[in-house]
Design a protein around this ligand. Structure first.
Ligand SMILES: C[S@@+](CC[C@H](N)C(=O)[O-])C[C@H]1O[C@@H](n2cnc3c(N)ncnc32)[C@H](O)[C@@H]1O
Length: 197
């Protein structure tokens, strides 16, 4: 059987599906066209809770449609706000948080995630994660804003202590250096490790 995903997004889904269970509480910090939100809704089920953020109406519209088609609207709260404000919407521990950076495929390429707000959102999300919670980030270095964003996230990741977080990088070794790749953070403690911005 061929179980090795051909695509980094599918790979992240397969990794998270081993970690998550029915009833878990999770956030999708970049809802986009709703692929990740739908995956999370299918995985945590109707007894779970999903918060999905995007700054574009069109993204939340597309996500809402995907969820309705699948009959999974109920456990999802769609939030038209930047993920950097995640702490204004969620005040409970999370089992997983997903980020898929960049711009909406087939959308406005200028409306892309930005280094400063992404870093704030990742720091706040790590603070919200429960012990053993997972935060996934899919990164794209192939456009100018993405290149700077990757460098800043790599620098931040490298600054975190081994005893506080396991952080793994997954990438295809035989694809261009600009191919999307993933960072996976596993929080090892319930303590707040640093002050979020
Ligand atoms: C690559 S797409 C996400 C794809 C999506 N996860 C999916 O499964 O279809 C990136 C999304 O991030 C959104 N975005 C950009 N800046 C944001 C911010 N500060 N907060 C929340 N979403 C943001 C964009 O509007 C875009 O829809």
């Amino acid at each position: 059987m061929n179980t090795l995903p051909h695509n980094i997004l599918t790979f992240v889904h397969s990794l998270l599906s081993q970690h998550l269970k029915t009833g878990d509480c999770v956030a999708d910090c970049t809802a986009g066209n709703g692929n990740d939100t739908l995956f999370l809704a299918e995985t945590v089920g109707k007894t779970g809770k999903i918060w999905a953020f995007d700054i574009q109406e069109v993204a939340l519209h597309n996500t809402r449609q995907r969820l309705q088609d699948a009959g999974l609207s109920e456990p999802v709260e769609l939030i038209l706000d930047g993920h950097q404000n995640i702490d204004q919407h969620i005040q409970q521990p999370l089992d997983a948080v997903m980020f898929n950076l960049g711009y909406l495929p087939q959308g406005d390429k200028h409306c892309t995630t930005q280094t400063d707000s992404t870093l704030i959102a990742i720091k706040k999300s790590l603070k919200l994660l429960r012990k053993n919670g997972i935060l996934s980030v899919v990164l794209y270095s192939g456009h100018a804003a993405g290149f700077a964003e990757c460098a800043a996230i790599e620098q931040f990741s490298g600054s975190l202590k081994q005893q506080d977080y396991d952080i793994l990088r997954y990438q295809f070794a035989n694809r261009p250096k600009t191919a999307p790749y993933a960072l996976i953070f596993r929080k090892m403690t319930d303590e707040i490790i640093f002050q979020a911005a």
